[in-house]
Design a binder for this molecule. Sequence first.
Ligand code: ADP
Ligand code: MG
Length: 659
Amino acid sequence: MGLIRQLPPALVNKIAAGEVIERPASVVKELLENSIDAGANHIEISLEGGGTDLIRIADDGSGIDREDIPLAIASHATSKLQSADDLFQIRTLGFRGEALASIAEVSHLTLRTRTAESESGYEITIRGGQASDIQPIGHPVGTTIEVRNLFFNTPVRRKFLKTAQTEAGHITEAFTRIALAYPQVHMKLTSGNRVVHDLPAVDRWRERIGAFFGPEVCDSLIWVEDQQEHVRLSGYVADPAVSRGNNRMQYLFLNGRFIRDRSLQHALAEAYRGLLMVGRFPICFLRLELPPSQVDVNVHPTKMEVRFQDGGRIYSQLLKTVRHRFLTTDLTARVGSAVGTSAAATPAEPATAAAGASPGFAAGHAAAPAARPQDRRWDAYAEQMATVEQRQAHLPLTGAIPPFQPFPSRTGPGTAAAAPPVFPPPAAGTDAAAVSGSDLDTTSSPPSASPPPDALATQPSQPAAEEPAMSNLGFQIHNRYLVTQDEKGMVVIDQHALHERILYEQLRARTESRPLETQSLLVPEPVDLPPAEAAAALENKEVLARVGIEIEPFGGDTVLITSYPAMLANMRPSDVLRAVLEPLLAGGKDVSARDLFDELLHMLACKAAVKAGDKLSPDEISALLEQRYHYQDTHHCPHGRPTALFFSRQQLDKMFGRI
Ligand code: ADP
Ligand code: MG
């Protein structure tokens, strides 16, 4: 007997639903896209239980004709495609006709809608794919969709959902992407009874970006613009002085659709080459407009990946445009001083860049097969494109660079009390002052030749016999390297890498038994974060507390820092938190608490260590050189780079032709 059976339609739909609807945020994305496609000017979303209990989205778009309602919720039914050819002329966000059917399959969905032509509104409810009759109701022109009990009939998927807070974070990210792409649409997001975002329609893209990411990012933005034949690139890149530890703040929109594209991310990284530190990522908000026929958006059900017909050309257009802007912008004057001081010399965003398109595409984007009244607003924006307004002068960024304190424990009696000594090893039975203050005159009084006995005890790998023979007096060159000698030759040490390693070892030993010393803030500091970072921060509250960072939710995507590691007293608490979050997010989902903690220790050590370029006093140099005997593996920094180069006397002799 044959074994192959045709699957029943309900099961087919459930399988299809799994592809498109992964979590509440997928529902929000699909419904928001429908509202945008329907030409809405005003969209409101409310959530309960992180979207799992309820997602309600109301728009003032075109509404759905009564006779179309059954089709709207049927699978593979769409008003946005008519023939196979249309598939290569996609101007709408949706076109697969799958979203509503998929959502209705795995939830309790209610749709209420009215078109401008209709006297009455209509309502239909669907429970796990079973539709009710259509009932007349009162409803303004537009559409309201309520999705309750998501995944009620797919328990496995439901089980995999994260906390309401995390799911709400994903929803906020989906909301952010659409809200950034359509600044001319008034959008509001409410979670429970809290308004997360209420964003009025704006003319300038910069204003909407600022509403999400605050003045630091906003003030760092540099306008870029370029048109090559039919391909238009426009938007903002951030001054290299403002960057992130991951690429999550690279917002790239293709014909109004948020996309992720490795090749374009690479082009961006190339454009910033030499301007960013290793491990730092640019921030950008860029729009690409090109004829829909030149791009395939039908690569993946969520349409986040696309395929360009001529990817190579777009790659080089992006690279050249951004690179050229950097070359013609005086970036050096800004780094570390006032970001954006030379902004006045750079071109401005047209007042209507918010419309997000050159006139041709602007008029075309919302043009679903039947032209809708709302399309007029696109034309209005296209007309305004002619007006170019002067970009507002940037505010200088103040207070970003804290004063340098190489050894926080020795900055004065006041702070010494608040901040525990950083430098001495916890087990060594000594402190920084004892080690480094004993030999202020390094020429007449060499530092103690052998490390304190405790330190030796903890470091059996260091042969004690070797140390007395060495002079660990050294000197600093170029404010970054220490030069010293041992009995076998000459050593050049990277001061930052060595200090980082030492601090890391100290921290590890110290945190084995108890959390790091913290400094409570008299006035807790609120920090605005991107939604995903806020969620990650709160989810990892305990791990953060172990490294001394204590946070509380403060509503929205704001968290309140109540205390932070005392050893980072010279950093702004908000910078500490941001720096800590980056490894947290870069680590992905599978990172263990241990790895995460380790990563945080690396980060703390790196931030607290002296930097290349820091001038050290003679006693600081001696202290640093001495410390390297107290810890294992001080020849590499925690990232694996060498801390020191060694030139043996033999090598030197050979090079000088002595042997
Ligand atoms: P797609 O967006 O790919 O066409 P969907 O399943 O998301 O598929 O929607 C099916 C159809 O329902 C759409 O083509 C559109 O005609 C209609 N529709 C869905 N949401 C709305 C809305 N908010 N306003 C007006 N029409 C809508
Ligand atoms: Mg859709």
